[in-house]
Ligand binder design. Structure first.
Ligand SMILES: [Zn+2]
Ligand SMILES: [Zn+2]
Length: 422
């Protein structure tokens, strides 16, 4: 017997039943990006591996463990994108967008790839919506990005939205804080997990984001970076909080929110929503003032966020009671091949008028065709039997009520074109 192929681990097929949610999400993304003045940018799915090593950071989980990296036939090291921002910045520099009106505001959407342990709502190929605003230091832009993320979930009718907010400082103030953090952690060296012992030297900020139970009490009492900011970072953070308060966007200061990427500076945030389970975050982002320079451009501040769309759709599906599916309107049931010739013409005319139609195919009995129409949830069945063929009429049946009407060709088209109450 032939081998049955299965999906690669951590990937999935998005079946037709789920697609209406994706379409709805897509539509909301298009709406809000337009309203907020963000322009679409499409990027390749793979880039030079070095871009991510440099941009995302060597000591991050993504670069250390999660990238899909391979050599192509010319021996170039290629990586499937594990996130969007590094690619957006590469494109910003390559196309000289620094000369465009500032800030340059861009969005993208599509699959990203991370070799992670698959779990509910988490895949190795997953989808992100990503927005970036490049070239401006003003905290009003941090506010705009956060407001847009909020707006996305508000329009999708997610309940009880709130922000988790932190500032992780800049190269001026962070080293001082890390010293404080490390000396605090050294007191607890015996009680923290092995990973954290490693992080202590390698990437101390990530100590705060450890998920191990044994590390939680240590994290809880750890010194907060927002108490150790330089004047510029503190001023920026205060302004942002003022704006959020003024706009009535709820936020909670969270000193352990550090995000898993090296490039963040100052603002980091997540959007939390009700009914999202143990991981409340639906999206996250922050400011990355050093990244453009790190990737070879002029020093350029920037801020952005990414939303995980697979999880978003999962939540949309869970909370949506009514069926979010567009059913076909009309099904043509034909008694014989001669009737089908007639049906083909009607179907063509109706489709030209944007009415979705199906017809019974093959050698199915009338009864089988009715069963199919029922399963497909159509609103009307058009019946063309021998008698109708003879009299050049059809029978139009409204499925909801069972009402029937005999109509000629013109009447049928006009009826369905107007979607009558019948
Ligand atoms: Zn600072
Ligand atoms: Zn730990």
């Amino acid at each position: 017997m032939a081998k049955l192929f299965q999906l690669p681990k951590g990937t999935r097929d998005i079946l037709p039943d789920e697609q209406p949610y994706w379409m709805q999400l897509d539509q909301v993304i298009r709406e809000i990006t337009q309203i907020y003045g963000y322009e679409p940018l499409s990027l390749p799915i793979f880039e030079d591996t070095a871009l991510y090593k440099r941009g995302v950071g060597e000591a991050t989980d993504i670069v250390e463990k999660e990238m899909y990296t391979f050599s192509d036939k010319a021996d170039n090291s290629i990586t499937l994108r594990p996130e969007f921002t590094a690619g957006v910045v590469r494109s910003y520099i390559q196309h000289g967008m620094a000369s465009w009106p500032t800030p340059v505001k861009l969005w993208n959407t599509g699959p990203v790839f991370r070799y992670e342990r698959p779990q509910a709502g988490r895949f190795r190929q997953f989808h992100q919506f990503n927005a970036e605003a490049i070239g401006e230091q003003d905290p009003a832009l941090d506010f705009e990005i956060m407001d847009m993320a909020w707006q996305l979930y508000d329009r999708l009718q997610f309940q009880n939205l709130s922000f988790q907010l932190n500032s992780i400082g800049c190269p001026d103030c962070r080293p001082g804080y890390l010293k404080v953090l490390k000396s605090y952690y050294k007191k607890y060296f015996d009680s923290i997990c092995d990973d954290c012992r490693n992080r202590l030297d390698k990437n101390p900020l990530r100590l705060l984001d450890c998920k191990q139970d044994r590390c939680q009490p240590v994290i809880e009492k750890a010194p907060a970076i927002y108490d150790h900011l330089c004047e510029a970072c503190a001023g920026h953070f205060n302004k942002l909080r003022e704006y959020l308060n003024a706009a009535d966007l709820t936020f909670t200061l969270n000193h352990c929110l550090v995000r898993g990427l090296d490039y963040y500076t100052k603002t980091v945030f997540e959007v939390w929503a009700e009914g999202v389970g143990s991981q409340n975050a639906v999206c996250g982002g922050g400011r990355y003032d050093g990244l453009v320079e790190l990737l070879g451009g002029k020093p350029t501040p920037a801020v952005g966020f990414a939303a995980g769309l697979d999880r978003t759709v999962m939540i949309m599906q869970n909370k949506k009671q009514d069926r979010l599916k567009i059913d076909p309107s009309v099904y043509f049931a034909c008694q014989h091949a001669e009737a089908r010739k007639q049906a083909i013409i009607y179907v063509k005319q109706l489709r030209e008028r944007n009415i979705s139609c199906l017809m019974g195919l093959g050698e199915r009995s009338f009864k089988a065709q009715f069963r199919e129409a029922d399963r497909r949830n159509v609103r009307y069945v058009v019946i063309i039997g021998d008698a109708e063929l003879e009299s050049r009429t059809v029978i139009l049946k409204k499925m909801e009520t069972g009402e029937q009407k005999s109509l000629n060709a013109d009447q049928l088209i006009r009826h369905l074109d107007r979607e009558p109450g019948f």
